[in-house]
Design a protein around this ligand. Structure first.
Ligand code: ZN
Length: 249
């Protein structure tokens, strides 16, 4: 399997600036078109893990929000959604949601079914979106196992993928996804290759890729370790700045 990038997307907004959990629709469209001019194709998790094509990109949509439907329709290529099972068809106001995140509607089971019928892959993202770093072993096991089972019951398919809420994957969580035979994703930046740990695969974030500059090329050029480190520093600095601004306002 040649290395390829898996990209994390959360909400998408028609208006307003791109933020860490909401990307601007027009900017995503421009980036997708740019990738396509570089001969990249967009595939679901099911096809990327099985295909030998080298210029593939796997777009993953955490929280499975309704705002992704417009880009899904426009792209006409399948992606992957990670569902928070207790919140299907409801608002994403789970207990651990930070107050600054704008409330958004999650996809309903019938909307999810439509995506599946268009070739999309479906993965679990827990039942209630807790931070696994603050959960007991039993809670983590329950969240992973129950969300997987519910998706399988509701959609009649095997749920092979998991995305850790907030990208936090303590050892118990990784052991559990491994035991269940799942392929699981964090949010640590990098490309997936044949040596990657399938219980904690890296992903790039759309937030970094649609900014002007070098990172937009990481969809078809694998970033170096140094570039990824630099991006991490930038991310941390951005998060600190946002925190300071929130406290000051
Ligand atoms: Zn999430």
């Amino acid at each position: 399997m040649p290395p390829f990038p898996v990209v994390t997307v959360h909400g998408i907004s028609r208006f307003g600036q791109t933020g860490p959990v909401c990307a601007n629709l027009l900017k995503i469209k421009q980036w997708v078109s740019l990738c396509r001019t570089h001969d990249c194709i967009f595939e679901s998790c099911d096809s990327t893990t099985n295909s030998s094509f080298s210029k593939k990109i796997c777009l993953t949509f955490d929280d499975a929000l309704v705002s992704i439907l417009e880009i899904a329709e426009w792209m006409k290529s399948p992606g992957t959604i990670f569902i928070v099972t207790d919140f299907v068809g409801k608002t994403n106001n789970w207990e651990s949601q930070p107050g600054w995140v704008k409330p958004e509607k999650c996809l309903s089971w019938s909307q999810i079914r439509e995506l599946v019928d268009c070739g999309w892959s479906v993965g679990a993202h827990s039942c209630t979106h807790p931070d696994f770093n603050r959960c007991s072993k039993e809670k983590i096991q329950f969240e992973i196992e129950t969300s997987k089972k519910l998706i399988e019951e509701r959609l009649g398919l095997e749920c092979r993928y998991f995305a850790y809420p907030y990208g936090h994957a303590p050892a118990t969580a990784r052991e559990m996804t491994k035991e269940l035979g799942m392929i699981a994703f964090g949010t640590q930046p990098g490309w997936v290759n044949s040596h990657s740990d399938t219980s904690y695969l890296p992903r790039l974030d759309i937030y970094d890729l649609i900014q002007p500059g070098l990172a937009s090329t990481w969809a078809w050029h694998e970033p170096s370790r140094l570039q990824l480190q630099m991006m991490n520093y930038k991310r941390m600095a951005g998060a600190t700045l946002r925190k300071v601004r929130r406290i000051a306002s």
